[in-house]
Design a protein around this ligand. Sequence first.
Ligand code: CIR
Length: 267
Amino acid sequence: MPHQPGLSFRFTHAITRIPADSVANGLRAVDAGDPSGAAFRAEHALYVKALENAGLKVDVLPALEAYPDSCFVEDPAFCLPEGAIRLRPGAPSREGEGREIVPALEARFSKVVDLPGTGHVDGGDILTLDDTIVIGLSARTDEEGAEAFAGLLRSWGYRAEVCETPEGVLHFKTACSTLGDNVILATRIMADSGFFGDRKVVVVPDGEEYAANVIRVNDVVLVPEGYRKTLEVIEGAGFKTVVLPTHEARKVDGGLSCLSLRFALES
Ligand code: CIR
């Protein structure tokens, strides 16, 4: 795929979904207490505002009580300038979220297609760089899904690579993010994995691994609140930052990237 400067961080639009009260039943690896729907909605409102301040038009979808994890809209779909792809999330309780997000995709894209086959891919396992789209195999993204997704991307003219998400990491992007401009933010284990070739990797300081999930949105990097050392390394690498609370999302293994689908459209 030709290098598309800014593919990974130049956006015009985002789709988000308000957290439901049922988020208290959201999936999590370790129980650190239930998130509160009301407190999560307050944090979510700040998140939407930050995306708007970064220049995006944000579609805010209504809460879906039937799907506790449905505010994590990154997982059931994937968007590129030329079209959207409905994915099949790997957790059985989340599989129906793909169907629920289709109307919002159709409102923004003339081309909306399904992940071919019967395999599973969570959007959290897809890292878009300016020259490659990396798909991490994980407990949620299986080989069949990843290969079908990579094939679809290649048919659209993109370069796609499938690799292994390190053991014990929920999603590939739980442990790394693109800061744009060929710079990756990653935990030590991801930085040492060799996935990123000769790209510059900024390593998240020990003990702050949760802060590896940030999002570059146009001219700013959104960073979770409470990770001072990571904030310093990102700013030290020359990026402007905006800090946002993610305390409720974190209780159910969610981070900043999971809460939106971000894309660039011409109008
Ligand atoms: C889940 O386990 O599916 C949700 N509780 C959290 C999803 C986070 N999504 C993401 O990292 N893309």
